[in-house]
Design a protein around this ligand. Structure first.
Ligand SMILES: *Cc1c(COP(=O)(O)O)cnc(C)c1O
Length: 421
């Protein structure tokens, strides 16, 4: 009988059993058959320094010597307190409160609830609309799907998704249309919040937009009393070249979601950071204004200890230098795609490099996704194209030679799907 495991984003009727991984270290996974896979997508964008950073795994071992899950609504503990202080110190200025949860999707749900709660508690009962960007991705729970782009991935659940207002993606040369659309919506004073992925739309195809457009969205939000939610679940922890992507725009959001790289990608944890004003809107003698949210594993001490260790790594190892070096190395490899008719839009943002393959029909490409994934596995590289977008987002420990393996595989993949023909 086949395995009882029902896998995520996996079509069991079409895909063969995946390779079984027995060991992970640095940028590499070892499989049960003795093969090796280069993790070119940081295991779906979570692994920052490399797999099983010794300092983080040691912190986890140590934490389990004294604590396991304890109810966070009634008691507190040192790892959660320390992490909250560290996060406030590292995040863009003005974010003074830290709410814990367990995944990026939940961090987004919490952010949306904070924005709606703050508006209601301030007596702003008309501010109920959420504005989101076209091609956005914010997670797979119902609320997170609602603010994300609609399509084949969420069509069956459409009846449960709430309406949001959309602004176009600020494509190069068309940023003003995005800003104008947001300004029109925000002027209605019925918008509670704008939610954006700063600088890079991840699952939407690694689409990139300039920091100044994000700064302008912040300016319009300020001018209209609209909250800005930065979903830094993917972009945080150095991915875009800075610790948080918002830094490049010189802005602070009102609410910031972080998860993936928060523990260095070792164990699940998320945090939603908020301004003092949003916290104050929930602080009241009136119990009805309480922020009603919790999950069983809120602020898990072991996960918090892992996140503290991740921050210690950032502080004590030359992580910023590694990120800068990887960003330069990625940028240097883009030239091979430029002028090649099989590719278009080679681009880079910090440690993320992406390029689209020039295929006449992207519907056909969805079919070929499986073929591409198999091709990459055979090459010993773990890659997952997003439609016609190929991208490399390796952990920061990747070497120049390893990065070449990744880009060689991307380069050769285009022929497989008849790109440029
Ligand atoms: C991955 C992702 C999420 C969802 O995080 P999960 O931990 O998978 O729930 C939310 N927002 C963005 C921008 C993401 O990339």
């Amino acid at each position: 009988m086949s395995s009882p495991v029902w896998r995520p984003f996996f079509q069991h009727a079409l895909e063969p059993d995946p390779p079984r991984v027995t060991h992970a270290e640095g940028a590499w996974l070892t499989t049960a058959d003795g093969g090796r896979l280069l993790d070119a997508i940081s295991s779906w964008w979570v692994t920052t320094h490399g797999h099983r950073h010794p300092r983080i795994t040691a912190a986890i071992r140590e934490a389990t010597e004294s604590l396991d899950q304890v109810i966070f609504a009634t008691v507190t503990h040192e790892p959660a307190e320390r992490l909250a202080e560290d996060l406030v110190a590292l995040a863009p200025p003005g974010l003074t409160r830290v709410f814990y949860s367990d995944s990026g999707s939940t961090a987004v749900e919490v952010a949306l609830k904070m924005a709606l709660g703050a508006a209601r508690n301030a007596g702003d009962l008309k501010r109920t609309t959420i504005v989101a960007m076209e091609d956005a991705y914010h997670g797979d729970s119902i609320g997170a799907m609602s603010v994300g782009e609609r399509g084949v991935f969420n069509a069956p659940y459409e009846p449960l998704l709430f309406d949001v207002a959309r602004i176009p993606f600020p494509a190069a040369g068309r940023e003003q249309a995005t800003l104008d659309a947001f300004e029109r919506l925000a002027r209605s004073r019925e918008v509670a919040a704008l939610i954006v992925e700063p600088l890079v739309l991840g699952a939407g195809g690694m689409r990139m937009y300039p920091p100044w457009a994000l700064a302008e969205l912040r300016r319009i939000a300020d001018a209209t009393g609209t909250l800005l939610i930065a979903d830094e679940v993917m972009t945080g922890w150095g991915r875009t070249g800075t610790l948080f992507a918002c830094e490049q725009a010189g802005i602070s959001p009102d609410i910031l979601c972080t998860s993936k790289g928060l523990t260095g990608g070792v164990v699940p944890l998320a945090a939603t950071l908020a301004t003092e004003e949003i916290f104050a809107a929930h602080r009241s003698q009136d119990r009805a204004r309480t922020f009603f949210h919790s999950s069983s594993y809120t602020a898990n001490p072991i996960a918090c200890a892992a996140a503290c260790a991740n921050i210690a790594v950032w502080r004590e190892e030359p992580v910023a230098e590694r990120v800068a070096a990887l960003a330069r190395a990625q940028a240097a490899r883009l030239s091979r795609y430029d002028g090649d008719p099989r590719f278009r839009d080679a681009r880079v943002c910090g440690t993320i490099a992406a390029v689209n393959i020039a295929v006449p029909d992207t519907g056909y490409l969805a079919e070929i996704g499986l073929t591409l994934r198999r091709f990459f596995l055979e090459r010993g590289v773990l890659l997952r194209p997003l439609g016609d977008a190929l991208y490399a987002m390796p952990p920061y420990c990747v070497t120049d030679a390893e990065l070449d393996l990744i880009h060689d595989a991307l380069f050769d993949a285009a022929d497989l799907v008849g790109a440029g023909r």
